[in-house]
Ligand binder design. Structure first.
Ligand code: SF4
Length: 347
């Protein structure tokens, strides 16, 4: 098992992992909150390096990323383990492992070099770490991202955003897009839904991804009835995006479907999603999208300046109608659509 990066050795053969904001202090023989980083006699070892649970060539719109290489395919990989334990997790079978060994039979070993080779063979323009939280196999994503970049592929984290600044700064030079969940906007919401207390660090890391590393950012809020569908939280998220990430940052408000411990709740009413859409627009956001509602008009990208539909979407079918580089080809308005990697853009 490879040794972890970014950890401290402590007295008594204990270690402190510094990859995510839990900063777990781990006793010998034990693992961290994510269950996939284990203290082996004072050395922090990775139980999931290169061990893939899920793999697919997905439309980039499935992440969802709507303003980043639209219409492209992205080679998508997930492993096991997570640093959050959300009550409504859709991927809990791979995310919420107690120990990896019992399910190791379902994992496939894929080297970083093989990731790039498979991505190209499947006509993918980039690589995404998704399905479960990418930071829990940080070292593998870092090694893979470096090679992907060398081979002209873009790189994407689909993340809960709970990374530390030092991990962000280590992988920042090799990441192009930060697709981050902002699950709510109160201590109570993050505590109740995900058992997380330091949630404001998620906001700080998203701001850092943009300001220091020039990543393309898109924000997702899965709207769960009775938990984060109130006007105060939605207004808080929308206002933060506008102020800290900019009015051209896409915000996806997605429909909750009952899962795991929240099966007793109903799916999000469409009217609630439309309320969130209006809150985003009133806050000044130019691009608010409804998710998990195929065929809804708010899946499309509409130019805020001339009103033209510039990208039409139905589910994962994407029709690029009027985009020239990052702008509306009809009126020239800037749409914050990225079609070159950060490296190509001079990062
Ligand atoms: S990555 Fe895992 S072990 Fe490291 S701090 Fe986060 S939860 Fe703890």
């Amino acid at each position: 098992m490879p040794e972890a990066l970014l950890y401290d050795k402590l007295p008594g053969q204990r270690v402190r992992c510094n990859v995510c904001q839990w900063r777990c202090v781990i006793n010998p023989g034990k693992s961290g909150v994510c269950r996939v980083r284990k203290n082996d006699n004072g050395i922090l070892r990775l139980l999931n390096y290169g061990r893939v649970s899920s793999i697919a060539a997905d439309p980039i719109e499935k992440k969802p990323l709507f303003h980043f290489f639209p219409g492209s395919l992205v080679f998508s990989l997930g492993t096991i383990g997570c640093n959050f334990h959300c009550d409504h997790c859709q991927n809990w079978e791979i995310a919420c492992v107690e120990e990896p060994e019992p399910i190791s039979g379902i994992l496939r070993e894929i080297s970083p070099q093989e990731v790039v080779r498979l991505a190209k063979r499947n006509d993918c323009a980039g690589v995404a770490w998704t399905y479960n939280e990418p930071t829990v196999w940080f070292e593998y994503t870092l090694d893979s991202a470096k090679i992907a970049r060398e081979n002209g592929l873009y790189t994407v984290y689909v993340t809960n955003g709970y990374i530390t600044p030092e991990a962000m700064d280590m992988i920042g030079p090799y990441l192009d897009a930060w697709r981050v969940d902002i699950k709510g906007f109160t201590d109570k919401l993050y505590r109740d839904l995900a058992r997380i207390s330091r949630w404001r660090s998620i906001l700080e890391m998203a701001e850092r991804a943009k300001s220091r590393w020039n990543m393309h950012i898109e924000v997702v809020t899965n709207i769960v009835p009775t938990m984060n569908d109130d006007t105060d939280q939605l207004t808080g998220i929308a206002g933060w995006i506008k102020e800290k990430l900019g009015e051209l940052t896409p915000w996806h408000v997605t429909r909750f479907q009952p899962h795991r411990n929240l099966r007793y709740l109903p799916p999000t009413p469409i009217a609630t999603l439309e309320k969130a859409y209006n809150i985003g627009k009133e806050a000044g956001l130019r691009f608010v999208y409804l998710g998990n509602v195929p065929g809804h008009a708010h899946e499309n990208t509409v130019c805020y300046n001339c009103g033209s539909t510039v990208i039409k979407r139905v589910g994962y079918n994407t029709d690029i109608i009027a985009v020239k580089e990052s702008t509306c080809s009809i009126c020239g308005a800037e749409l914050n659509i990225r079609t070159s990697t950060s490296a190509e853009a001079g990062k």
